[in-house]
Design a protein around this ligand. Structure first.
Ligand code: PBG
Length: 330
């Protein structure tokens, strides 16, 4: 029987000083955990700010290479590239997505030419290239699955040819991982990795991203026929199982903060490399509170990171990546 006045077990003993807290610490954040998502735009020597993501920029390719170099010097192991396609190149069928000289491919090549050893993860989905802003082809108000997958394969191949290390399909079409794996293998890209956005939810937290990439069309909440219902978690396990079966090397859960249970279930069930994407709205939220003086920036971003690690994430895509890396160097 524990006597409240004289408990034999006192949990506070192991919190009594910094050194003992350090020794008994169960999880940690490392630079190895960080993946930096970056936005790239056309033009030269251009750097644009994004109203809903203070502190995040869109870079033209020349500046991008310099910024990626800084990330590399900080020890960040990979970046995730997102292009902003100019309006005159957007079409209903998103054909710019597989133009071998599109902005994405030029960005990949320029970073590869600069030859620093950093992984390049490329987004596969049609939304940056379509006039309607959807991730797939639209006919009669419906998103067509299989015809979209054919285009995604071409897009993935264009990116692989340009030098992408990891192809990351974020479109949520059924069967795309298997189709892309086959297309890559057929073209001798057996070594190109696939990171599947396996459990991607139809989330309100993507709002600022759609600003950042200047998504066309009016999309409020309207990706629900392909992205997952936030109410579901068993379904995430099915998605992950299928993508692994089809050849995904790594899987992702997205968004992150409101989906820690999903990260945890996926990691526990499959024990494969599992990534979390702390998305634009999560960035905007924390950033806005910090800019107003309502939260402390350094501790808030580190606490969000340790939460993802505790849940079981092996890596995190976060717009805070360079700031976290800087903090870890302190
Ligand atoms: C689209 C895509 C989205 C994000 C990454 N890829 C937005 C969407 O599905 O509408 C969101 C990332 C973020 O919010 O930071 N294929």
């Amino acid at each position: 029987m524990i006597n409240a006045k004289h408990p034999t077990k006192r949990m506070r003993r192991l919190r009594s000083s910094s050194w003992i807290r350090g020794i008994v610490e169960e999880n940690s954040v490392q630079i190895n955990d960080l993946i930096w998502p970056v936005f790239v735009i056309d033009g030269k020597n251009t750097c644009e700010s994004i109203a809903s993501m203070p502190g995040v920029m869109r870079y033209s390719v020349d500046i991008l290479v310099k910024e990626v170099k800084i990330a590399h010097e900080l020890g960040i192991k990979a970046i995730a590239l997102f292009p902003i396609t100019s309006d005159n190149k957007k079409t209903a069928d998103g054909r710019e997505s597989y133009n071998s000289d599109n902005l994405m491919c030029r960005a990949i090549k320029s970073i590869k030419d600069a030859a620093f050893d950093i992984g390049i993860i490329t987004d596969v989905a049609l939304d940056p290239y379509t006039s309607h802003g959807h991730d797939g082809l639209v006919e009669g108000g419906k998103i067509l699955n299989d015809p979209t997958v054919d285009i995604l394969c071409k897009q993935a191949l264009a990116q692989a040819h340009a030098g992408a290390d990891i192809i990351a399909p974020s479109d949520m079409m059924d069967g795309r991982i298997g189709a892309i794996r086959q297309a890559l293998d057929k073209d001798s890209f057996q070594d190109t990795m696939i990171l599947s956005y396996a459990a991607k939810y139809a989330s309100a937290f993507y709002g600022p991203f759609r600003d950042a990439v200047k998504t066309s069309g009016c999309l409020s909440g309207d990706k629900k026929t392909y992205q997952m219902n936030p109410a579901n978690s068993d379904e995430a396990l099915h998605e992950v199982a299928m993508d692994l079966n089809e050849g995904a090397d790594m899987v992702m859960v997205k968004p992150a903060m409101a989906y820690l249970d999903i990260i945890s279930r996926v990691k526990n069930e499959f024990k494969v490399p599992t990534f979390a994407y702390q998305v634009s709205g999560e960035y905007a939220m924390i950033r806005a509170a910090c800019d107003n003086g309502w939260l402390d920036y350094d501790s808030a971003i580190m606490e969000s990171m340790i939460g993802f690690k505790r849940a079981g994430a092996d890596g995190v895509l976060t717009y805070f990546a360079r700031d976290i890396a800087n903090l870890l160097h302190k």
